[in-house]
Design a binder for this molecule. Structure first.
Ligand code: HEC
Length: 113
């Protein structure tokens, strides 16, 4: 296979992988955000889109979650108790995991395009 074709395929594969994974936590950031990213991928991405672009649940990225939930504690309350078709996660996730995922949405997802 010609080298350039191989490079194009490799680049495409990387783009595909990037689309299918939750936005990464910047290096050196608080490790709680890595935990939040894992919780996001397992418990939230199915409804909100892996990058938070919205699907069954509303869009949270590109600053959207910071408009609706500027305060971490308010979003923790929402994720714990739920609202309409948004399930409550009390009893399904620990308080530490809820705090981690909320901080991930506010500090990583919200600032991702
Ligand atoms: C079963 C699908 C589903 C799952 C799983 C889910 N959500 Fe939601 N989420 C929704 C829906 C639907 C709404 C809109 C609720 C409403 O209309 O009141 C929502 C609303 C929200 C909102 C408020 C958005 C706004 O603009 O008002 C936030 C924040 C949120 N979800 C975060 C999360 C987080 C964090 C998780 C994972 C712990 C999660 N959601 C898991 C469906 C889901």
């Amino acid at each position: 296979m010609p080298k350039s074709l191989f490079a194009s395929i490799a680049a495409l594969a990387m783009v595909a992988t990037a689309c299918a994974t939750a936005p990464p936590v910047p290096e050196g950031a608080d490790p709680i955000l890595d935990r939040g990213r894992t919780v996001w991928a397992n418990s939230c991405a199915s409804c909100h889109g892996v990058a938070g672009g919205g699907a069954k649940g509303p869009k949270l990225n590109e600053g959207a979650v910071l408009v609706s939930y500027p305060l971490v504690e308010d979003q923790i309350e929402l994720v714990t108790t739920g609202r309409n078709a948004m399930p409550g996660f009390a009893g399904r996730l620990s308080e530490a995991d809820i705090e981690a995922v909320v901080r991930y949405t506010q500090e990583v997802l919200a600032v991702t395009e």
